[in-house]
Design a protein around this ligand. Structure first.
Ligand code: NAI
Length: 334
C-alpha cells in the first residue's frame, strides 16, 4: 500500500483527478490518498495557495499527484508550482512526448523524453537593471546541478530501456556555463557505456526535432533550453493535452499534467483526462509498478485509437468520466 499526496487542483483539476483515480484503482496498485487542498480553495480557507500542510504531506509521503492550479493574476502570490519546486528541491523536470494513433499530429513514431534541469540557469532569477537603459540576468550553471540532472537522465534511460541520451547546449558560444554543462554530461556518460551519448547545439536540436524526431530518445538540457524544447516536443505529438510531467527531487516527486486549469471547462467534466492519467502512469513507473503502468498506457492508447469514447478535443462526445470508464473496461480485457 502506497500513501500518496493528492492535490486535485483548480478548474478542471477535480474532474480529471476523479477520472485518474478511477483508472489507477483499476490497475490493482493499492494507494491510500492523502488529499490536500492547494490553489484557489486554499486561498479562501488558509489565506495562501500553498499551505504548510501540503508541503509537509508531500515531504512525508515522498510522492504526490497534482492537478493544475490557477495562478491568481495580480495578487502577489507567486506561482505555486515554482514554490513547490523550490521548497522540495525538485531538480529534475521530466516531460515525455509520444505519439498516440488517433491524436492528430504531424508525425508518427515519436517517443521522446525531455529531462530538464529545474533549479538553475537563467531561471535562478538573478537579474537587475543596469541604469535605466540596460538589464542584466545572470546564468548560473554549477557542476553539482549539471551532474545530478545528467545522472538522472542516464539512470532514467537505463531503467526505462532507452538507448540514447542527447545533451542539449550552446557551448560553442557560452563556453563557461554551457561548456561546464557539456563537460559534466560527457563525464557522466562515461559511467554508462550501455547507453549511447551524443550532444547537440540547441538551435540545431530544434531543427532536427521538427525534421526527424524519431532519431532522438532522451534529451537532457539546462533549464531554459529544456523549457523550450519540451513544449516543442509536446507540439510534435499533438499538444499539451497529451503531455504528462514530473518534478523529481531526492526526497520527493510530484507528478502533474503540463496543461493548466482551463477554468472555462470547470465543473463540466468535459476536459480530456489523458495528460493527468499519463502523469499517474509516470508515477507508477517511478514507484517501479511497471506492469500496472504499461497496462494503463496500453488501454488508454487503445481507447484513443478507437476514437469512440473520447472527449470533445479528440472529436468525441464522452465526458472525462466516461473516457476513464472506457479505459478501465479496456484494461480488464488486456
Ligand atoms: P490551460 O492549459 O489551462 O489552457 C490552454 C488551452 O488548452 C485552453 O483552450 C484549454 O481549454 C485547453 N485545455 C487545457 N487542458 C485541457 C484538457 N485537459 N482538455 C481539454 N482542453 C484543455 O492554460 P491557460 O489558459 O494559460 O491557464 C489557465 C490557468 O492554469 C492559469 O491560472 C495558469 O496559471 C494555470 N496553469 C497551471 C499549471 C499548473 O498548475 N501546472 C500549468 C499551466 C497553467
Amino acid at each position: 500500500m502506497y500513501r500518496i499526496t493528492l492535490i486535485p487542483g483548480d478548474g478542471i483539476g477535480p474532474d480529471i483527478t476523479a477520472a485518474t483515480k478511477m483508472v489507477l484503482a483499476a490497475s490493482g496498485v493499492k494507494i491510500e490518498w492523502d488529499e490536500q487542498v492547494a490553489g484557489e480553495e486554499a486561498i479562501a480557507g488558509h489565506g495562501t495557495p500553498l499551505p504548510a500542510e501540503v508541503i509537509a504531506s508531500i515531504r512525508k509521503n515522498g510522492v504526490a499527484l497534482k492537478g493544475p492550479l490557477t495562478t491568481p493574476v495580480g495578487t502577489g502570490f507567486r506561482s505555486v508550482n515554482v514554490a513547490l519546486r523550490k521548497e522540495l528541491d525538485l531538480y529534475a523536470n521530466l516531460r515525455p512526448a509520444r505519439t498516440y494513433p488517433g491524436v492528430s499530429s504531424r508525425f508518427e513514431n515519436v517517443d521522446l523524453v525531455v529531462v530538464r534541469e529545474n533549479t538553475e540557469d537563467l531561471y535562478a532569477g538573478v537579474e537587475h537593471m543596469v541604469g535605466e537603459d540596460a538589464a542584466e540576468s545572470i546564468k548560473i550553471i554549477t557542476r553539482r546541478g549539471s551532474e545530478r540532472i545528467c545522472r538522472y537522465a542516464f539512470e532514467y534511460a537505463r531503467k526505462n530501456n532507452r538507448r540514447k541520451v542527447t545533451a542539449v547546449h550552446k557551448a560553442n558560444i557560452m563556453k563557461c556555463t554551457d561548456g561546464l554543462f557539456l563537460a559534466v554530461a560527457q563525464d557522466v556518460a562515461r559511467n554508462y557505456p550501455d547507453i549511447e551519448f551524443e550532444d547537440r547545439i540547441v538551435d540545431n536540436m530544434c531543427m532536427q526535432l521538427v525534421q526527424k524526431p524519431e532519431l532522438y530518445d532522451v534529451l537532457v538540457a539546462p533549464n531554459l533550453y529544456g523549457d523550450i524544447i519540451s513544449d516543442l516536443c509536446a507540439g510534435l505529438v499533438g499538444g499539451l493535452g497529451f503531455a504528462p510531467g514530473a518534478n523529481i527531487g531526492t526526497a520527493a516527486a510530484v507528478f502533474e499534467p503540463v496543461h493548466g486549469s482551463a477554468p472555462k471547462y470547470a465543473g463540466q467534466d468535459k476536459a480530456n483526462p489523458t495528460a493527468m492519467i499519463l502523469s499517474g502512469v509516470l508515477m507508477l513507473r517511478h514507484l517501479e509498478e511497471r506492469e500496472a503502468a504499461d497496462r494503463i498506457e496500453q488501454a488508454l492508447a487503445a481507447v484513443i485509437r478507437e476514437g469512440k469514447t473520447v472527449t470533445f478535443d479528440l472529436g468525441g462526445m464522452a465526458s472525462g468520466r466516461q473516457m476513464a470508464e472506457a479505459v478501465v473496461e479496456r484494461m480488464l480485457r488486456l
